[in-house]
Write a protein that binds this ligand. Structure first.
Ligand code: GRG
Length: 293
């Protein structure tokens, strides 16, 4: 299959599985379940599920991939819902639509984020109960990636750098590695775990995920600085306005572009060492570099 067709097929696979694996909107109390679905069904690139599917298929995974892909997207979406809250970025627009707290209200958005976070683990525990040794590892991987050393720790470091008004290259690296790359790496690792690949290959996949994640964040910073809100589906220039941990402040546009190219170069190198036809992953890395939103 051509790259674009494969990408579309993965997106459709995810969008078809999503309504079946989320709780029905009429579940009591409907307001929280509607808010959860509102944010999950608002679209987005579905990059993390695509990476999971791509690695799972690369190694011919026989275990179901959809519940793990949705669990990862639940965590990602919760982090966006909370990041958009008035206590954090105070954003009105996400994925081209009003943010959860604008469409509902602040208390509902806090709860919808919390509920997506916990539901991710319910999905894993329920759908991999027939493979408990793998299910448990998935729960541990995701709890770690989403926890205080990685996703939450990266967000905390970002907020602290914003408050202090200072940021050096070491702090930026910590923020990018944890706020962004850890969950992206976890998506690829999930694909590897579900295909039961050996530890050495899982370590390579983890490094691949790290480089993809850092490149993704550098490109996100470039887009934030150079694109308009309509194209991005979220407020543009928000990092410049809030003076957050943005690569552009440290390296400028050209320096950030060069660093993104170095990271994608390292990611391509790992793809070429996997001993399989990783052309979809390589093309996805190329697409990520040239994406406009
Ligand atoms: C609140 C615990 C907590 C964490 C928030 C997600 C996040 C951490 C902050 C949002 C701002 C930001 C730049 C995060 C880095 C990760 C990132 C680029 C998120 C956006 O991911 P996309 O572009 O979003 O994949 P879509 O909407 O396409 O899924």
């Amino acid at each position: 299959m051509e790259f674009k067709e494969q990408m579309q097929a993965y997106r459709e696979r995810f969008e078809n599985a999503l309504p079946k694996l989320l709780l029905p909107p009429e579940t009591d109390p409907p307001r929280i379940h509607q808010a959860m679905r509102y944010s999950m069904e608002a679209g987005g690139k579905r990059l993390r599920p695509m990476l999971l599917y791509a690695v799972g298929d690369l190694f011919a995974a026989e275990l179901p991939l959809d519940p793990a892909a949705i669990a990862i997207e639940c965590i990602h979406t919760y982090s966006l819902v909370h990041d958009d809250l008035p206590a954090m970025d105070n954003s009105d627009l996400r994925r081209g639509k009003p943010t959860c707290h604008r469409a509902f209200d602040e208390a509902t958005a806090v709860l919808a984020g919390d509920a997506l976070l916990t539901y991710a683990f319910e999905l894993l525990a329920t759908h991999y109960r027939d493979w408990p040794e793998i299910g448990l590892v998935l729960v541990a991987d995701l709890a770690r990636a989403a926890g205080s050393r990685h996703l939450i720790g990266g967000q905390m470091a970002d907020i602290l750098s914003e408050r202090s008004g200072s940021l050096d290259a070491h702090q930026l690296e910590f923020i990018q590695a944890n706020k962004t790359a850890a969950l992206i790496a976890c998506s690829l690792i999930f694909g590897a775990r579900l295909a039961r690949v050996d530890q050495n290959t899982t370590d390579m996949i983890s490094r691949l995920g790290h480089h993809i994640g850092i490149a993704f964040q550098l490109i996100d910073d470039l887009l934030d600085a150079t694109r308009d809100s309509e194209t991005l589906g979220k407020p543009a220039g928000i990092d410049a306005v809030n003076d957050t941990g943005n690569a552009i402040h440290l390296f400028g546009i050209e320096g950030t572009r060069e660093r993104a190219a170095q990271q994608t170069g390292m990611a391509h190198e790992i793809c070429s060492q996997l001993g399989r036809d990783a052309s979809f992953l390589s093309n996805l890395i190329g697409w990520m570099e040239t994406r406009i939103s």
